[in-house]
Design a protein around this ligand. Structure first.
Ligand code: ADP
Ligand code: MG
Length: 691
């Protein structure tokens, strides 16, 4: 038997030819370790395989059988590829639409196949677009009686003979031949946290000896992924904790004045959040807080009162929003309140004439302006502050970390308050934003009338249009949103324009109709939005979620076309544009999808009004990958961890990581962990304090 180093190249293994080596490398598998961390997609075990005679339509199953026949079929509308599978107890039809050439290459007569999917009944049991794996004799637990890992296999792998069996043979060589499995955790640590060691975990994952052992292996490997992420976040937090910032000693004269003059009573949630922020501002390390609150929960006034605290201590504030419309809306809200206390504020956006801009820039620099509200324009080089000590970022997920840093770097370790109206499920926020402290406004202002949501088929649109006409006759306003799909942006825009012309000429000819879309420049958008706000335009048609956060209390109908194309959180955001005034509001979802699934998804919108619950549902349905902003956020991709279902593991990993940092802030006695952090987060080492 060969003796390997875990960092040896994969070409050292038997049966890895040049071609196979290339295919592996193309999949970023360079070393033996990389291959060991090529994890199975799932495990097949006799106990989780169901016989076809025992299945029922409507449920999901794992089924293993032999391909009896396969072939293409044409119906009137579609070309489809069908495979009939038998497991000796019954027959099951697998159907693929429009992907025949691809599937044809993968599935052949007499193949042993493992299938996973939801069973339907159309003249027999069938599954559309199942997940499947082709098995060889040794990967069929029905033959071997053991738990078998199923690896993801790309076509490129199959071309060079990298099949399930070969991968297993390679894994055996590695596990038998490698002696130096370095565990980042000590034996003591493993014992006291009920974790198995890394060698056992990896060998059990690839060759489980029982389902309990497999569970322990999966648990350990998930723990590792969450732990290292939490460690990194903990280190960021620790660096912030040891950074000196400015203490806001006083409450100052402005906070109380503005608060007492409000035309409404703050909700308890707002009061609680303001207290949390205030307590941060009194500390010597910078605040790093994320304020979450559903649309309309009243985050703006929290931001205004926080600014008043800064102003009361003679410091400057920068408030950054992702769009000009939002920035100028904020500016109006801030100005209204701040002027009561004679705190100076200004708006800084991209398109300004040079003279105005120069004057503003000068006054920011000399400290005459206390609160500056703006867009990305704030992070331009020549914008300098005299004493910026509080940075507020609205809709923070629309900004990258770099932009955020550019703004905070204009001050001396300023306090940072980020705000978001996208309710983020708890496990996600501690995974991706766990370096921040969290404040949640979980209560809407009183007297809000809940928005009624209704799903309709397109053939009911006529009725809806006349309802909208009636609303407008009553002095109210409406919005219509069309989705914009990236790939076909142009044609969708064309569709919206066409619709706009049509509705303007026919359906809503008695009223003024406006169009707003992403291709317009900010000036044009602003003009249209202002006219909508002034009720000079009664119906606005928009191609997409252009402006989050616009506040037009007189709008009572939100009609969303092709609602099935939106994520639930997006729909919830859009719905939040209405129901802001005294009148009863409606959100109409036009469902043009044909699937059962898209309908049941939309039904969640009819049932739920709570953004957090909707976010949870959305996450379950779509997975975190699609979740707003996280895809681009540059975080490590998990191999085995699942932020949806690993809540308890995440919390445990977090607690342990944070305790470790507390005891040993520079990880001096945890070299293995430290090195892993260096490797995994090499691009973000400036955020932490390790050397
Ligand atoms: P969001 O959290 O979506 O940013 P806003 O801050 O824009 O919400 O608030 C929405 C509306 O509710 C604004 O018109 C604001 O003046 C109003 N508002 C905020 N807090 C309260 C409150 N406690 N009672 C009544 N109205 C409030
Ligand atoms: Mg807002």
């Amino acid at each position: 038997m060969k003796n390997f180093d875990i960092e040896d190249p994969i070409t050292k293994l038997n049966q890895v030819s040049t071609k196979r080596g290339e295919a592996l490398i193309a999949n970023k598998i360079f070393t033996l370790k990389d291959l060991l961390y090529y994890f199975p997609r799932k495990h097949l075990d006799r106990s989780n395989i169901t016989k076809i005679k025992d299945i029922q339509a409507g449920n999901k199953y794992n089924i293993v059988g032999r391909v009896e026949t396969c072939g293409e079929r044409k119906t009137r509308y579609k070309k489809l590829y069908q495979v009939i599978v038998s497991d000796g107890t019954g027959l099951l039809t697998l159907t693929w639409f429009n992907s025949s050439t691809h599937i044809k290459k993968l599935v052949k007569k007499d193949d042993q196949i493992a299938i996973h999917g939801k069973v339907d009944w159309y003249n027999g049991f069938s599954i559309n677009h199942p997940e499947f794996d082709i098995l060889d004799h040794q990967s069929n637990p029905m033959n071997t009686g053991s738990i078998i890992p199923i690896y993801p296999l790309s076509i490129d792998f199959k071309k060079v003979g990298i099949e399930q069996r070969l991968i297993r043979k390679l894994m055996i060589q590695i596990i038998d031949g490698v002696t130096d499995f370095d565990d980042i955790f000590s034996d003591n640590f493993l014992v006291s946290n009920a974790l198995i060691n890394i060698k056992d975990a990896l060998s059990q994952l690839h060759f489980p000896s029982s389902s309990d052992n497999l569970s322990s292996a999966i648990y350990r490997l998930k723990f590792d992924e969450h732990f290292i992420q939490q460690m990194f976040l903990g280190l960021i937090k620790s660096k912030i904790k040891y950074t000196k910032s400015t203490i806001f000693k006083d409450i100052g004269p402005y906070f109380q004045k503005i608060r007492d003059d409000l035309s409404f009573e703050l909700t308890n949630a707002q009061k609680k959040v303001i207290a949390e922020i205030h307590s941060d501002l009194k500390k010597s390390s910078p605040m790093n807080r994320l304020l979450q609150g559903d649309v309309g929960s009243g985050k703006t006034i929290v931001a205004i009162l926080s600014s008043a605290l800064a102003a009361g201590n003679n410091y400057q504030v920068a408030v950054m929003a992702p769009t000009e419309i939002l920035a100028s809306q904020h500016f109006n809200a801030f100005k209204k309140e701040l002027s009561k206390a004679r705190v100076t504020c200004c708006l800084l956006v991209g398109k300004m004439n040079k003279k105005d801009r120069d004057k503003i820039i000068t006054n920011i620099k000399n400290g005459k302006i206390t609160v500056v509200i703006g867009t990305h324009a704030l992070i331009q080089k020549d914008v300098e502050f005299e004493k910026l000590r509080l940075v507020i970022i609205d809709e923070q997920h629309r900004f990258g970390v770099d932009q955020r840093n550019k703004l905070t770097n204009k001050g001396k370790n300023p306090h940072l308050l980020c705000m978001t109206a996208t309710p983020i499920p708890r496990t996600l926020s501690i995974t991706y934003m766990g370096d921040m402290d969290l404040s949640i406004i979980d209560e809407l202002p009183k007297n809000r009338i809940p928005v009624t949501t209704k799903i309709i088929d397109s053939n009911r649109l006529g009725k809806v249009y006349s309802f909208m006409n009636n609303q407008i006759d009553d002095g109210l306003q409406c919005m219509i949103v069309y989705p914009l799909v990236e790939e076909s942006e142009k044609s969708d825009l064309a569709a919206a324009v066409e619709m706009y012309n049509h509705l303007k000429k026919n359906t809503f000819s008695a009223h003024s109709v406006g169009l707003i879309h992403g291709k317009m420049n900010p000036e044009e958008k602003k003009t249209i939005m202002n006219r909508f706000k002034q009720n000079e335009i009664q119906i606005i048609i928009s191609t997409t979620v252009i402006e989050v956060g616009i506040d037009v209390p007189n709008a009572t109908v939100m009609l969303i076309e092709h609602a099935e194309r939106f994520g639930l959180t997006q729909l919830h955001q859009l719905r939040g544009r209405v129901g802001r005034g005294k009148e009863k509001s409606y959100c109409i979802l036009v469902n043009r999808g044909s699937s059962e699934r898209s309908l049941s998804r939309l039904e969640i919108m009819e049932k739920m009004n709570d953004g957090f619950k909707i976010a949870d549902e959305d996450l379950l349905l779509r997975g975190p990958g699609d979740y707003i902003g996280f895809q681009q956020s540059g975080f490590v991709k998990y191999k085995i961890a699942n932020v949806l279902t690993d809540g308890p593991i995440i919390r445990k990993a977090r607690a342990i990581a944070f305790k470790m940092i507390h005891k040993d802030p520079h990880l001096e006695s945890h070299i293995g962990i430290k090195n892993l952090i260096f490797k995994k987060f090499r691009k973000n080492l400036d955020l932490i304090n390790l050397n």
